[in-house]
Write a protein that binds this ligand. Structure first.
Ligand code: ATP
Ligand code: MG
Length: 589
């Protein structure tokens, strides 16, 4: 009789090694699992020491709960976990671990030693080699647990061959520890490599403090705080100021319900919030923490728990985009000379404020700019104006107070505040104003246009005629009523009228030339690109002298935008120079 049975159940040691392949890819994954276990045990301090990039020794010590002898003995068995007891517990599981896989997986491919005690004094030592328990003995130690992993992959030579050099494994370990330290800034961490201290992080109160400890205070101070709630989703964290993007190496850190994850969708959504504030191709530093109801996210979809699945990914991503965009609309995101004086940028500090009603003021006001918020209602009171005198610049009808403005070199508007000097680039600012107005027009179709008494005729180059055909519908929505006469001739019947100095013919020509030349905003959608191009061509230029009423109108219109501090090319519209910085430069401090 032939034996036609080909399927056999694997011996458990082999099964463990296969599972280990998924959980333990390299030394850094061992560090991650052991640190997560320490944190799950309630540690307030975690010390990690590795040698030779973790290939020789990995040791993680904690001051957490420790284990009883029975628990320590069973902890190295597969599916032995104290963290869940039923499948239902998986929903909303808040511990890092829940599978009971990590210690047996690590033990099956290394020499593993666990020393642990529930209280200072009598403890237990469990040793495992290549998946087989060696012994369980007494040991004296303080409360907590120390896990030592030696000779990783010594019994799986094929896996060992795949390890990179010590340097690259070490880098991966330090990345893992950095991530854990950002997730749990309430915990003190140290990291040593070959006996040298690489990280020493005291417990920190806030994410910004931990970032300062990791990467330096200047970087931490320059980041913009994100904090926003959309329905059941909360998004918080720190993101890079648009003006700084591209100046230092980019860092990305995302957590979902307190778990660090790789999630390109969330990163892309956050990057989308930077559209029109940075040149396409530049990638901002992002540290984002997303919290949503436990039932809306599945954490058990990846062997190393590095990914999660959202019940509604679209809603989550929109919440992230909105939160970041709001952060970029705040004063914190304004570019500054030298050290930025965080939290000090408050327009209410403008001395000698006046109230003006301006005919030129943009009729389109966006509700979401916190940058100028502080200059609203309460300042009217400070300025002594009766509420009736104030300019209703926001839909909420709260007045914005316009400080005295000075034009410098026909290029910048300057005003003084209690804490420093503010410069606004008139062209960039106007461009931002018009861009948002044109985007509103494209979304809602509400640009007032003017019929020309004498229709104007334009003769176009072939590429420009093509650009016109491609954007014809959008141009019409912007208020350009144009007829194409075959060939390359256009007859323009009516044009938008964004401001009195607007030169419609020149704007249309320049826009088509620019679209044909493909110069602006290659990372933007077609309508965004058109809005950006027309805004750029229609905006007042550097060199245009502005009347006081025009300056005030521009100030107010800028205050009504969602992203007042950034133009549509990735440049700043507003720059702040604090008195403290100026004093430093003059040696007064
Ligand atoms: N540092 C530690 N302090 C206290 N108990 C620990 C420690 N490390 C492990 N344990 C105990 O050992 C058990 C097994 O740990 P292991 O990492 O293998 O599984 P897990 O954390 O439950 O799940 P996962 O495989 O998802 O990490 C844990 O559930 C916990 O009870
Ligand atoms: Mg674990």
């Amino acid at each position: 009789m032939t034996n036609d049975r080909r399927i056999a159940v694997l011996a458990s040691a082999v099964a463990d090694q296969i599972a280990a392949g998924e959980v333990v890819e390299r030394p850094a994954s061992v560090v991650k699992e052991l640190v997560e276990n320490a944190l799950d045990a309630g540690a307030t301090a975690v010390d990690v020491a590795v040698s030779e990039g973790g290939r020789a020794v990995i040791r993680v010590s904690d001051d957490g709960s420790g284990m009883s002898r029975d628990d320590a003995t069973i902890s190295v068995e597969r599916h032995a976990t104290s963290k869940i007891t039923s499948a239902a517990d998986l929903v909303g599981v808040s511990s890092f671990g829940f599978r009971g896989e990590a210690l047996p997986a690590i033990g099956s491919v290394s020499r593993l030693e666990i020393e642990t005690a529930l209280a200072d004094g009598a403890g237990t030592r469990v040793r495992v080699a290549g998946g087989a328990r060696v012994d369980v003995t007494d040991v004296a130690r303080r409360r907590g647990t120390t896990v030592t992993v030696e000779s990783l992959f010594y019994n799986t030579p094929a896996r060992q061959k795949f390890l990179r050099g010590a340097r690259s494994e070490w880098r991966a370990i330090s990345d893992v520890l950095t991530t854990m330290a950002l997730v749990r800034r309430d915990v003190r961490f140290t990291l040593q490599h070959d006996g040298r201290e690489a990280l020493a992080l005291p417990a920190a109160a806030a994410l910004r403090d931990r970032v300062a400890a990791l990467w330096g205070a200047p970087l931490a101070e320059a980041l913009v705080a994100v904090d926003d709630v959309s329905g059941p989703i909360r998004v918080s964290g720190l993101v890079e100021r648009p003006a700084d993007v591209g100046t230092a190496s980019r860092r990305v850190f995302v957590t979902v319900n307190g778990r660090a994850v790789r999630d390109n969708g969330i990163v892309r959504a956050a990057e989308a919030a930077y559209r029109s504030t940075i040149p396409s191709g530049l990638r901002p530093t992002l540290l984002l923490e997303v919290e949503l109801p436990a039932g809306d996210v599945d954490v058990n979809v990846h062997p190393a728990k590095a990914e999660v699945r959202f019940r509604d990914r679209w809603v989550t991503e929109r919440a992230v985009e909105r939160a970041v965009r709001r952060a970029l609309g705040t004063e914190e995101s304004v570019a500054a000379f030298g050290a930025f004086n965080r939290g000090a940028f408050d327009l209410s500090a403008a001395p000698g404020t006046t109230l003006e009603v301006d005919a030129l003021r943009s009729p389109l006001t966006a509700p979401e700019s916190p940058l100028f918020d502080s200059a609203r209602a309460d300042q009217a009171a400070i300025a002594g104006g009766a509420p009736g005198d104030a300019v209703p610049a926001a839909p909420a009808d709260e007045p914005i107070v316009v400080p005295p403005l000075v034009q410098l070199r026909r290029t910048w508007l300057m005003f003084e505040r209690e804490d420093g000097l503010v410069l606004i680039d008139q062209h960039s600012a106007h461009e931002r104003v018009l861009y948002e107005r044109f985007m509103g027009a494209l979304d809602r179709g509400e640009t007032p246009s003017q019929t020309l008494l004498f229709p104007m005729t334009l003769h176009l180059a072939p590429a420009e005629a093509e650009a016109f055909e491609q954007n014809r519908d959008l141009l019409a929505r912007l208020g350009f009523d144009v007829e194409g006469f075959g060939g390359h001739t256009l007859v323009v019947q009516s044009v938008p009228m964004p401001h009195p100095r607007f030169d419609a013919e020149r704007c249309l020509r320049d826009t088509l030339a620019s679209l044909a030349g493909d110069r602006l905003g290659s990372g933007l959608a077609r309508h965004e690109r058109l809005a950006a191009t027309v805004a750029c061509k229609a905006a007042v230029k550097a060199g245009d002298a502005l009347a006081p009423s025009e300056m005030r109108a521009l100030f107010l219109a800028l205050a009504g935008t969602t992203l007042p501090a950034h133009d549509v090319h990735g440049r700043s519209t507003i720059v702040f120079l604090g008195w403290d910085e100026l004093e430093r430069r003059f040696g007064r401090r």
